[in-house]
Write a protein that binds this ligand. Structure first.
Ligand SMILES: [Zn+2]
Length: 76
C-alpha cells in the first residue's frame, strides 16, 4: 500500500512524500506546475519514460480528493 503525504505547495511545485508500506521505502515526488511534469527519486522513474507507482499513487489521491469535493458540492 502507498501512503501519500503532501509536503508543500509553492507557485512552481507541489511536493509529496510517498511511503510504500510493503517495503518501507520513502520516495519524494514533485509535480512541476509550469511544465506539467512529474518527478520521482526512484530508479524506475529515471529509467523509464512512464510514471512510476509513486507518481501514480499521488495522482490517484489527488483525483479521489477532487471527486470527494465534487460529491459534496453536488450533495449526492
Ligand atoms: Zn517513483
Amino acid at each position: 500500500m502507498m501512503r501519500v503525504k503532501k509536503d508543500y505547495e509553492s507557485l512552481r511545485n507541489k511536493a509529496f512524500t510517498v511511503f510504500n508500506t510493503a517495503n518501507k521505502k520513502k520516495h519524494s515526488v514533485i509535480y512541476k506546475i509550469e511544465k506539467d511534469e512529474w518527478c520521482c527519486d526512484c530508479t524506475w522513474n529515471s529509467l523509464k519514460e512512464t510514471h512510476c507507482s509513486h507518481i501514480k499513487a499521488v495522482i490517484k489521491k489527488i483525483n479521489s480528493k477532487k471527486a470527494e469535493k465534487l460529491v459534496k458540492k453536488l450533495g449526492i
